[in-house]
Design a protein around this ligand. Sequence first.
Ligand SMILES: [Zn+2]
Length: 337
Amino acid sequence: MTQVRMIGGVYPLVALGLIFGCTQVPSNEESQSSELLLLDLTPSYEWSEEEIRGAVNTARAGRSLQPAGWPDGGKVAVSFSFDVDNETIPLRNGSLSVGALSQGEYGARVALGRVLDVLAEDDIPASFFIPSVSMMLNPGMVDAIKSYGIHEFGIHGWIHETNTQLSEDVERRLVVQAIEYMEEMTGSRPMGYRAPSWNFSQNTLKILQDLGFLYDSSLMADDRPYELLAEGEPSGLVELPVEWILDDAPLLNPRGNTYSSPRELLQVYKDEFDVAYEEGTMFLLTMHPHVIGHRSRILILKELIGYIKQKDENVWFATHQEIAEYVIQMSEEGGLR
Ligand SMILES: [Zn+2]
């Protein structure tokens, strides 16, 4: 359970505690077991303005980092990320469910290869956020991803732990452990962070600042890159926002409550891309090898790439890190829109 200290006292972690499993829609069971404790029982309708402002202030959107244009004459930036969760989905909760573990195992055994093949067809770089335990169980994935020389590795927790259920000390220790493990496995220090479950605790942003991350990609306050504010102050961290509608997991889960057929989902992605293109902003799509890498789904990724490339040549495909570095450079050179 997490205690939140803010202006005027201690307040509950209500909104921030809505915990989604992985970037997957939670089952009712998961929701019920999540820590949504009210430490201060004052109902929110009795909060003062100061208290309300304090409650939303942990990590908020600051200035837009939308550049006037993208590199190579690009009208839009396109960035694919893959959260390589695999077996950590059951393991994060200590589950030994053999069936669920085998579903995760598919991610490394079959699906990742399909994803890498599709990206390689058009030399498209991508960002792979991998929990340490996922790398531990399938170390061959690292070499497979590295062999292309264009992909990025980013942090996605130690075992896909739920930040909001951890003390600051434990959360920090696990992020440090994950960085060290990834550095050892990949040979370079990761610059990007994606929170397991796309959620921050009250301490996550401070931990990311202290550990020198360049960017986060877990929050949802814009379609454009922006700077995160920590308690109202510029944090120096770039946020590359995500969205549930731009995530394969909840909408392709046949056992979930929000299932779409892959081909219907493809239309959503095309429409999102088309508007991003018109606006000249960013199209960032989160996928999971164990979800998108199945036969009936990898086809939509392939078709989406074809659609984007067909649009015209003014598309800048980049890793998340490349986008973060570019917008910081534009910010320093006065090149923001
Ligand atoms: Zn995940």
